[in-house]
Ligand binder design. Structure first.
Ligand SMILES: [Zn+2]
Length: 67
């Protein structure tokens, strides 16, 4: 299970069963409504950040250097 996209506070989750669903909040575990598989959001967040959030991290580094 992976975070496919982040829309504001919502996360679009893609499951191995080819189902996609939206979660409003990443609770301690996310459960696929289609196949019932559960996943830890922290692992998905880490993976998503590595792949999609480079620009945000660069900005944070720059901001830290300024202040
Ligand atoms: Zn599923």
């Amino acid at each position: 299970m992976i975070i496919d996209e982040k829309l504001g506070n919502d996360y679009i989750i893609g499951c191995e069963c080819d189902d996609f669903f939206i979660v409003k909040r990443l609770s301690p575990s996310v459960e696929c409504p289609h196949c019932g598989k559960t996943e830890l959001p922290s692992a998905m967040l880490t993976q998503w950040t590595l792949g999609h959030d480079v620009a945000v991290r660069v900005r944070e580094v720059s901001g830290g250097a300024v202040s």
